[in-house]
Design a binder for this molecule. Structure first.
Ligand code: GLN
Length: 313
């Protein structure tokens, strides 16, 4: 179908926001200590359409760390740089059905990281990035994610330090991949670049624009910058659809019918190809680590704007 009209999007965003605001269930993530300090009631919702229009409700300019949402964009940038064939073999595209930080998933699959949306695959992805050194890889990522957002993103140093002091599990995951010969760089260095990547600060509006760039064949609808190719967008969206919400990715796809990616700070990005990107921020998470209000608001938007990619009409 066509891109929904501006007025229809505005009305849907408003209703979605009001419905989702009534939800008070879920819990703010605290395994990264600084995240526990987030305002549990913070809530922002933004739709960015491929024509550059922004439709916002609530706290769309409150910053938070991008966390796992960075995985989708890092994967896109890697595919753009080196081609998806090598990446597909080394990182994979199959869902694990397990938690985002699962070690069992690695063990069950002969040391394979499985897909780039879980920590193992994301760390393996980061290790493959061009740049020649950890700092070069970081510059590559920082520049690329900023181009998706349409402005320079800032590293949240407090989040970076908090997670760096408590990311023993990710270090273990990288070391385990290394033991299977699946890391292309030093595992500790790859985890450090990955931790910086997760600590980049965004807001709900940024997520909507980043999603709209994937919806728009890789062209940022605000800046006109071609960040990645249309083929890379297609591949990235397929991986998001299969694994973007971890072990509840099937339920998400069934309910919403769109590729999405969540992060433990409470961010959620959703992409309606050719139409819109949706950015949500609400820190209370369900048991899988996905924003409760973000999912409720996005489900409403998908229904009311007819965005489900599996619907015939
Ligand atoms: N940086 C977080 C971690 O590695 C990201 C996880 C997430 O957002 N689900 O644990």
């Amino acid at each position: 179908g066509p891109v929904p009209e501006d007025r229809a999007i505005d009305a849907a965003v408003d209703s979605a926001y009001r419905r989702a605001r009534d939800r008070h269930d879920g819990a703010v993530a605290d395994y990264i200590p600084v995240l526990a300090g987030a305002d549990p009631d913070a809530f922002g919702l933004c739709v960015a359409d491929v024509d550059g229009g922004l439709h916002e409700a609530g706290q769309t300019r409150v910053p938070f760390s991008i966390q796992s949402i960075s995985k989708a964009f890092a994967y896109a940038l890697l595919c753009e740089a080196v081609g998806h064939h090598e990446v597909r073999e080394l990182v994979g595209v199959n869902s694990t059905g397990l938690a985002f930080n699962s070690v069992i998933a690695i063990e069950m699959n002969d040391g394979h990281p499985m897909n780039p949306m879980v920590n193992a695959g994301a760390i393996a992805t980061t290790a493959l990035l061009p740049g020649g050194s950890p700092d070069g890889q970081w510059r590559f990522l920082h520049e690329g994610l900023s181009r998706f957002a349409g402005h320079e993103l800032i590293l949240d140093d407090e989040v970076y330090r908090s997670e760096s002091g408590t990311n023993q599990r990710n270090q273990a995951i990288a070391a385990l991949l290394h033991s299977y010969g699946r890391m292309r760089t030093d595992p500790a260095e790859a985890v450090d670049v990955y931790t910086r990547q997760c600590s980049l600060r965004v807001d709900a509006r940024d997520l909507a624009v980043m999603g709209a760039t994937l919806a728009d064949g890789g062209v940022n609808p605000l800046t006109g910058d071609q960040v990645v190719s249309a083929d890379v967008c297609r591949d990235t969206l397929a991986v998001m659809a299969a694994s973007g919400l971890y072990q509840t990715s099937g339920e998400w796809l069934f309910e919403i019918g769109l590729p999405g990616k969540s992060g433990v700070a409470g961010g959620l990005v959703t992409v309606a190809p050719g139409k819109v990107g949706i950015g949500a921020y609400a820190p209370r998470l369900d048991a899988a680590g996905n924003s409760v209000r973000g999912q409720v608001a996005t489900a409403y938007l998908a229904r009311s704007l007819g965005l489900n990619i599996f619907a015939s009409a």
